[in-house]
Every structure is written in structure tokens, then in C-alpha cells.
Write a protein that binds this ligand. Structure first.
Ligand SMILES: Cc1cc2nc3c(=O)[nH]c(=O)nc-3n(C[C@H](O)[C@H](O)[C@H](O)COP(=O)(O)O)c2cc1C
Length: 183
């Protein structure tokens, strides 16, 4: 069984999550290939796909959405898991008492739940280094705004590696479980 872990990442935090998912799957005996979405032309060589993206302004990066649409037919024929990287900070519950990982779910989870056979989806806390150079027009514009909104975002690496590995092990368990047709 070959598994593809495909990701979109602007500053590298999501790439790190994807690499950890891939190494956890491989350690569980399921060989995984980890690649940025822009480097993948064909998904038919893979038996299952884990697709993730950094979340910016409540959405996946457009490269990840474009990948899912481009390969929609092939993805719909395979088990698919989705993940997202972001929010930031250490608070898991917001001021209204809601789970931050629910309120920050990217819009794409709902969208692709209908289009693909999504077996699971997960929001992971991300990472942000305010010293990293701005990427893309929006960050460049924000870096020049008075009040420096980028500098005021929670800085640090909030990725929960145990949570990430546990999720990946759950995927491995599901993929190794005998299908109903095999008894
Ligand atoms: C300008 C900006 C906007 C962001 N918007 C969101 C958001 O809407 N939802 C969220 O959960 N995280 C948001 N984040 C946090 C990022 O998703 C988080 O830093 C992520 O781990 C970055 O991944 P990357 O390094 O792979 O690009 C934002 C970060 C920045 C810098």
C-alpha cells in the first residue's frame, strides 16, 4: 500500500506536519510519499491520500484547493484524510467557550466532505515566526500597515507532535483494518 501525503505550506509549518504524518505512517509499515501539492501530477499510483494545507483567513491555500479540484475524480475513488495547520497560540478554548480547533476549521473541510470520501479531518495548531520574510501580496501589504498586524500574531511553534502522530497512527490502523468485503 502506497500513501500520498500532499500539502500546501507558505512558511514551512504545514510541511513539517506533513513530514511527521508521513514518517509516522512509514514507521507503522505503510510507505508514504510526502510532497507539496504543486509537485504532484498524478495520484493514481497511491492507495490513499492525506491532504493538508496551512489556513489563512479561514481558508486553505489556493494551491491545495486547486489540487483537490484538479484530482477530484481520482481522489473520490480513494480514502482521503484532510488536515489543516493553524490556529496559533496555546488557548484551546475561545472566550465563548468554543473549541478553537472547531471555530478555525477551514471552509474547505465542508466543501470537500461532499465531493470526496473523506474518512477523517483534523485541525492542528500551527507555527508562526514574525521574523520570517513576508510571502505573497497580502503579507507584503500587511507588513507595511501601521500597527504591524503580522508582528502582533501569536509567535511560536504550537504544533502538537503527539497529537499529529496519534492522528497518523489512527489512519494507519484504519487502512490496515480488513475491509468488509475481505471479512
Ligand atoms: C496573515 C496570517 C493569517 C492567518 N490566518 C489564519 C486563519 O484564518 N486561521 C487559522 O487557523 N490560522 C491562521 N493563521 C495561522 C497560520 O495558519 C499558521 O501560522 C500556519 O501554521 C502556517 O503554516 P505554514 O508555515 O505552512 O504556512 C494565519 C497566519 C498569518 C500570518
Amino acid at each position: 500500500m502506497n500513501i500520498l501525503v500532499a500539502y500546501a505550506s507558505k512558511h514551512g509549518a504545514t510541511a513539517g506536519i506533513a513530514e511527521r504524518i508521513g514518517s509516522t505512517l512509514s514507521a507503522a509499515g505503510l510507505p508514504a510519499t510526502v510532497k507539496p501539492v504543486d509537485e504532484i501530477d498524478d495520484v493514481t499510483a497511491y492507495d490513499a491520500v492525506v491532504l493538508g494545507s496551512a489556513a489563512y483567513t479561514l481558508h486553505w491555500m489556493k494551491e491545495a484547493t486547486a489540487f483537490a479540484k484538479r484530482h477530484e475524480t481520482e481522489l473520490a475513488e480513494r480514502p482521503v484524510w484532510l488536515f489543516s495547520s493553524g490556529p496559533l497560540g496555546t488557548e484551546t478554548v475561545d472566550k465563548e467557550g468554543r473549541d478553537v480547533r472547531e471555530t478555525t476549521q477551514p471552509k474547505e473541510f465542508e466543501k470537500f466532505a461532499d465531493l470526496l470520501h473523506v474518512r477523517g479531518e483534523r485541525v492542528f495548531f500551527g507555527a508562526w515566526d514574525p521574523a520570517s520574510p513576508p510571502v505573497g501580496a497580502m503579507e507584503k501589504m500587511m507588513s507595511h500597515l501601521p500597527g504591524k498586524p503580522l508582528a502582533s500574531m501569536p509567535a511560536g511553534d504550537f504544533r502538537d507532535w503527539e497529537d499529529i502522530e496519534a492522528w497518523a497512527r489512527g489512519i494507519a490502523d484504519e487502512l490496515r483494518a480488513p475491509g468488509p468485503e475481505r471479512g
